[in-house]
Design a protein around this ligand. Sequence first.
Ligand code: NAD
Length: 414
Amino acid sequence: VTKRPLRIGIIGTGFMGRVHSHAWRQVAAHFDLPVMPVLHTVCGRRREPAQELASRYGWHNVTTDTTALIHDPDIDLIDITAPNNLHADLAIAAAKAGKTVACEKPLACTGANADRMARAVDDAKVASFVWFNYRRVPALALVRHFVQSGRIGRIFRVQSAYLQDWLNDCDSSDSWRLQKDMAGGGSLIDLASHVVDLVRAITGCEFLRVAATMRAFKSCRAVVPQARTGDDVTDGKDALSPSRGQPECIDTCLPWGDGPVDVDDALAITADLSNGAICSIETSRCATGHGNDLAFEVNGDRGAIRFRLPEFNHLEFWDNTLPVVERGWRRITATGSAAPYASAYWPTDHALGYADSFTNTAADILRSLGTDESFSPNFDEGRACQHVLDAIAQSAAERRWVELSQRISLPVGH
Ligand SMILES: NC(=O)c1ccc[n+]([C@@H]2O[C@H](COP(=O)([O-])OP(=O)(O)OC[C@H]3O[C@@H](n4cnc5c(N)ncnc54)[C@H](O)[C@@H]3O)[C@@H](O)[C@H]2O)c1
């Protein structure tokens, strides 16, 4: 049986451009899908990286013209992997052109722009998707299953830290991620966005109010002009290659918001959730010893569950309903055929990895487009997450609690 093709046009050829290309290319090999993805066109800011991506991953066409891509009648879905400040205009234009839109996280730089995006897909009646890929790490999907099926019971505590250390050295790469006008914020937008989405998805609870503190620590940063434009500088090695010139260190030892550093390096948040639980979140891009470390823990009256990204294929569960003498942390492997997504890959105990969470996301996008199955998170949920991020920034800037209940009137998805 020939499956309906879904022709994809992707914008961006950097880190996420590669990861999404890999996902679109692999997904039909692992999952039985109602529609067949076609890698139609890749759109880059410059032609050479787009051509390179096309030849490596099998995109049929290359362009540098986002408008032409969005209005190409032969394209069904626009996949946005450009820097954050471009998400809103690109997604709204794609929705107006009648395209399905899949957008990288965070949905936008501000809640107001995220509102516009959610309205645009609603008005155009097109499907929308946000690539919060961590939801589809099998072990985290299993964490959600434990929480939602009542194994943790009444939730008292949610704790998460998303820690990286790539900003610790003077010679670490500069990037559009260090500019508020392109990124929307620092670890808040980059890392806390994932955590806020996970808290909402795993607990099904809403953020009621937040109190946050934020810092920019750096006294020294590499300045690479190409990165300042959002061009194809994807890692420190690339940014510091001789062809790009030596980075200049700038002294930016100023409090956050008072100087040239206008994005945070780190933050800590305390939040009240709608079920009465206390949620604490920490994010940092200067957390020495943590390359890419997302930790997530939920504690309730019937049990507790925890996950860490470096232990991608595992989670730990504490069953508090057991006799006291039998209680203890139990390590569960999330690669078995019963674990979400894992059966699409290899036999039990044959590990999965980072890229697979994107392939799983692509599978659910394609499934929802070919069936009545809903997909979460769509732009409405991306928008809700964005308002929590806005409130966190406001709380840190004004040094006070900020209420959220009035801002978000959306049902929490799953
Ligand atoms: N889901 C995740 O875990 C995850 C991880 C990393 C990044 N992201 C998100 O993905 C997005 C891209 O991040 P990245 O790491 O791939 O960045 P990157 O810097 O590696 O790549 C950005 C790409 O956008 C292109 N671009 C810039 N301006 C453009 C324009 N005007 N028109 C077309 N293309 C343009 C650049 O040429 C580059 O190819 C961001 O929104 C980021 O937050 C998500």
